[in-house]
Design a protein around this ligand. Sequence first.
Ligand code: ATP
Ligand code: MG
Length: 355
Amino acid sequence: MAEEKDVVKTAAKPTIITVFNQKGGVGKTTTSVNLAVCLAALGKRTVLVDLDSQSNATTNVGVMPPISTGAYQLVTGKVPFEDCLKKTSYENLRLVGGSDELAWADIELALQPECQAVLGKALETVPDNVDVVVIDCPPAPGIVSVNALVAADMVVMPVMPSPHALDGLHKAWWNVNRVRSSYNHDLHSIYILLTMTEDSELTNKLSEDIIAEFGHRVMPVLVPRDNVVIEAAARDLPVASMAPQSAPARAYLRLAELLMNRASHMGGEATGINREQGAETLAVWAVGNEGRRSNLAIPEPGDMPDPGWTEAPELAQPVAGGNLGWKIGAGIGLILLGAVLGFAAASAWFAFPPG
Ligand SMILES: Nc1ncnc2c1ncn2[C@@H]1O[C@H](COP(=O)(O)OP(=O)(O)OP(=O)(O)O)[C@@H](O)[C@H]1O
Ligand SMILES: [Mg+2]
């Protein structure tokens, strides 16, 4: 793999980080949300853009649907960036929220000229008070994802070490590089993030294979598999702001710090990226999030919504043997009819013998 320099932007424009992998369930949303929250905790004025119609990134930062003006309107060029922004409860973090309509954005974009560049154009109008934009992509290499890659200064590709991971990574890598060579020649900062790692012989071997092939492209931070991530998601919370001391939370804070250092136009450590301060801010947010109920909590019988079953019209109950009477009647009728027809045929035969 050819060595390439990391991006160094000169203008005071925001850094756009696209989190992409066409493979589903590899940790894109978890990475986007936690990266965005950690960047905000590090003092970066951050906007999280949820391009997935599943809208998990949106609910994960505590914003509930419906989103009437958000990522769908942004990516299809209907509404300017500033009008799509929503506040979150986290200082420095705003959201461009996802909605069901995003499922149709690919088709609508296909009808537009330069359909691959609509989001990039919209992001050119990002105001000065935004330092970083983090984009969560849907699990497909469609036109929406291509827009996110065309707009990107950096791409983070979460990869879960699993038996088909390397194959999936090759495909995703090929797609990113195709976008880069066709539409985004300045895209050099493409990184792989190993997620949901486990300390087993198989996953260690898979991780080693990925590192051997992609070298410095693999971020020097692992996000371990830990149920605390699922518990956080069930509370519509990023793990970084629910359990900042957990290993995945610490990994995401480190990732945010590393990416900011690599995007050196933003100053990195030189302009005061301070991990301890970021960790303290996350700890304060975690206290504020204490007691937030899990949306997976098993409801008490009294909390259960009435399914309305008692109002459904009752079906007529079949009576045991209820249909037997007419069946017997019909059977006797058929036997009698057969006997009459047989008698008539025999009489006719005797009356008019053949020949
Ligand atoms: N480090 C982790 N430890 C344990 N579970 C995790 C971890 N990271 C993510 N998960 C869980 O794995 C599942 C998939 O993660 P996530 O939704 O982030 O993936 P995705 O790539 O965005 O999926 P999709 O392709 O459907 O958008 C989720 O249930 C999430 O809570
Ligand atoms: Mg997702």
